[in-house]
Design a binder for this molecule. Structure first.
Ligand SMILES: Cc1cc2nc3c(=O)[nH]c(=O)nc-3n(C[C@H](O)[C@H](O)[C@H](O)COP(=O)(O)OP(=O)(O)OC[C@H]3O[C@@H](n4cnc5c(N)ncnc54)[C@H](O)[C@@H]3O)c2cc1C
Length: 380
């Protein structure tokens, strides 16, 4: 096996083992209680999942996007909330790795790689989610620091992070060209955590408001130049959307794994009709899961090969929206197959269905991904 393939296989095997042995036994309780698990953070930090995309020179693993997707898929088979930890850590660090100064990288990436620290990605605001170009959180340069005011909402790990990657506007009239990113450290005066969201799905993930009230941030904590924030954010999301697609594939695969075990126990597949109607329905599901998987790993491969002349953004968007729509369909149908039993907490399928619903919404709604694909169609 070539060394890159070997590296990917090692990550997949590690994630499969950790998913099965460590995450699976905790998944149901995390969901029922809606608690954030520091035990899982510790385990993921120990395995290297939380420093996966950080370059080696800062103490990271320098993994690729395919490995990222493999890890997320394997973990999401058991618990989407836990898989999201890996995604958010990557999404928070990527703008710094892509565009931060050497000094900022040394300070943030090295600390995250060597310690257990968490980082979050703060873009969404109460009035601006899909329309990210209109964000209002404002950063004003005063001497050698910026004064930042604004409010972010629905921020994953907002209440548990050590670092906050925050997108602001430094020139609101310039829209996307006025967007500038910063890294702000926990404990900085004026930075506080607001409401903690009670969600229907991905309940083991901490989702909060982040409030910025006259926060003073040195110029050295700006990510790249003023006005490059949009570009950094889009490059980050193009790399993370395949992983969100992989999370959806994992959830759907988890549902079909469960159905298979359940069906075998109930004797679904030993009826006289060959093959049984249950099995035929599961065959349809499996085809759709494999189609999702194919598109997810194609988009990841494009990122890893830095494909030129191909609209990688379109494939990332397709991966996210196709795979999450399929996860929604598969989990809903799986519940239907178990009938009333499927609605109960005795089985993980209702949790998987609630998690799939969230995947259709975050990291850019599926409607927005459809718009991205539509725009790219015209460019082809
Ligand atoms: C669990 C969870 C975790 C999240 N974590 C983070 C995070 O860590 N960081 C972060 O910054 N954000 C995060 N978000 C926010 C998420 O990315 C936004 O919810 C999402 O981008 C949609 O924004 P919105 O909720 O403001 O909806 P809106 O943008 O107000 O959209 C409302 C509806 O209109 C549709 N719509 C809007 N514009 C268009 C259009 N042009 N064409 C077609 N349809 C359109 C949308 O699809 C949606 O159905 C998270 C959300 C959730 C649910």
């Amino acid at each position: 096996m070539d060394p890159v393939e070997q590296m990917r296989e090692n990550w997949r095997a590690k994630a499969r083992e950790v998913g099965k042995e460590f995450v699976a036994p905790r998944a149901s309780e995390i969901d029922a209680k809606g608690v954030f698990s520091w035990e899982i953070v510790d385990e993921f930090a120990r395995c290297g999942f939380l420093r996966l995309l950080i370059p080696k020179q800062y103490g990271g693993e320098e993994g690729d996007i395919t490995s990222f997707c493999l890890i997320v898929e394997e973990l999401a088979r058991y618990c989407a909330s836990s898989a999201l930890l890996v995604v958010v850590q990557a999404v928070g660090t990527m703008p710094v790795a892509l565009g931060g100064s050497e000094e900022l990288k040394e300070r943030v990436l090295t600390r995250l790689a060597k310690e257990k620290g968490l980082i979050c990605f703060c873009l969404t605001e109460p009035e601006f989610g899909s329309d990210a170009a209109s964000i209002r959180t404002k950063a004003i340069l005063e001497g050698d620091s910026y004064r930042i005011n604004g409010r972010k909402c629905f921020i994953t790990n907002g209440g548990v992070s050590d670092f906050y990657t925050v997108f602001t506007t430094t020139q609101p009239d310039r829209r996307i060209e006025g967007i500038t990113g910063f890294v702000i450290e926990k404990g900085t005066p004026g930075l506080s955590v607001g409401k903690i969201e009670e969600k229907m799905g991905i309940r083991g993930s901490n989702t909060t408001e982040v409030i910025l009230d006259d926060v003073r941030v040195p110029v050295t904590q700006r990510i790249g130049d003023e006005g490059v924030g949009w570009w950094l954010m889009m490059r980050t999301l193009n790399r993370s959307r395949p992983a969100i697609g992989a999370m959806a594939v994992g959830v759907a695969q988890g549902a079909i794994d469960y159905l298979t075990r359940y069906g075998q126990q109930k004797g679904w597949f030993t009826k006289k009709e060959i093959p049984s109607p249950y099995l035929l329905e599961m065959a349809d599901m499996m085809v759709e899961i494999e189609a999702s998987r194919a598109i997810v790993y194609k988009s990841a491969q494009m990122m890893d090969e830095k494909a030129k002349g191909i609209p990688v953004q379109m494939f990332s968007a397709m991966a996210k929206y196709f795979a999450s729509d399929i996860a929604m369909k598969v989990t809903t149908n799986a519940i239907q197959m178990l009938q009333w039993e499927g609605l109960t907490r005795k089985h993980p399928l209702e949790r998987m269905m609630r998690d799939a619903k969230v995947i259709q919404i975050f990291e850019g709604t599926n409607q927005i991904q459809r718009v991205v694909v539509a725009h790219n169609l015209l460019k082809r």
